[in-house]
Write a protein that binds this ligand. Structure first.
Ligand SMILES: Cc1ncc(COP(=O)(O)O)c(C=O)c1O
Length: 301
């Protein structure tokens, strides 16, 4: 899947042509991955769960002591609206993947430690791409996942922040490609499931008491607290599934009736193979398809 090239970007308050130089080479985001980001969807010009994404952006900024500009919430709402209008993605058929990136900003001195005395305000960038639907094969046959060799440490305070330092994630994607899989799943240091490279993971199983459970790794399992994950845990209760957050093993994933991954832009995507073996019947399961349809019905297919 390759997205159409955007014609515009929004940088620090203004829509500008995408072509051109917008950032300093001294920008710490470029030099050090010293930045944070969010990705969300905008259907028909309306953003999905912007408040949740802005709150998570703030949490990531606080975690790295990155100073966001005053009034960032209003700026982002206006900036996204302006950019979608410039890209022609604000009409009733508009469907955009919106990325907000904030780097700590440019700093001409060497070294890791950001200045304590100077007041560095983050560089804020917004980009928008038309959403490309997932490949038909992913929806028909499901994704195949492999376990990454990269382990996640639940004790690492950075691991739950959405930072632009994504080398681990890129590495895991490359591992998946080499293995002929669609994506990779990170395991924690203790070998429990964490998340995939761009999504949270869920499995559906029948508990010993006969109740059907929707289970997902707990927040303590070195995951990003996904907005779609939160929605699905609320959805489960209303759909008649027992939501469970806990420490799940790869064996539990392999033995599940069905599994899926979820994120803001891709929504719910079935997972039918793990480390080369089928999960459940090896086809997208009914709960997975219902979760996808129910979320699409609310936030747009
Ligand atoms: C590593 C990771 N986990 C989970 C998610 C899902 O988060 P959300 O549902 O808020 O999009 C993402 C989304 O980009 C992600 O990058």
């Amino acid at each position: 899947m390759s997205d159409a090239a955007p014609r515009f970007v929004w940088v620090d308050g203004a829509v500008r042509p995408a072509e051109g130089t917008h950032l300093s080479v001294f920008d710490r985001g470029f030099q050090l991955g010293d930045g944070i980001f969010e990705t969300l969807r905008a259907k028909g010009g309306r953003t999905t769960e912007l408040a949740e994404h802005t709150e998570r952006l703030r949490r990531s900024a606080d975690g790295l002591a990155i100073q966001l500009p005053d009034g960032i919430e209003a700026q982002l709402a206006q900036g996204i609206a302006d950019l979608l209008a410039a890209e022609g993605l604000d009409g009733p058929d508009g469907d955009a993947s919106v990325r907000i990136t904030c780097s700590r900003g440019p700093w001409t001195s060497r070294g890791l430690l950001p200045p304590a005395s100077e007041h560095l305000v983050a560089t804020v960038v917004i980009q928008a791409w038309p959403v490309t639907p997932p490949p038909a094969a992913w929806l028909e046959h499901g994704l195949s996942l492999v376990a990454s060799a990269v382990r996640r440490d639940p004790g690492n305070p950075i691991v739950t922040l959405k930072t632009t330092s994504r080398a681990d994630y890129v590495y895991a994607k490359l591992e998946a490609r080499r293995a002929g899989a669609d994506d990779a799943v990170f395991l924690t240091m203790s070998g429990h499931l964490s998340e995939s490279t761009t999504a949270n993971i869920f499995l559906v199983r029948t508990a010993p008491d006969g109740v059907v459970e929707l289970a997902t790794p707990a927040l303590e399992c070195a995951i990003l607290p996904g907005t779609t994950r939160s929605w699905l845990l609320r959805w489960a209760a209303s759909a008649g599934l027992r939501p469970v957050e806990g420490w799940l093993t790869p064996d539990e994933l392999a033995a599940a009736g069905e599994a899926f991954v979820c994120s803001s832009v891709a929504g719910v995507l079935p997972v039918t193979r793990f480390n080369g073996h089928p999960i459940g019947a090896g086809v997208p399961g009914p709960w997975t398809l219902r979760a996808r349809a129910d979320r699409d019905a609310i936030f747009g297919a």
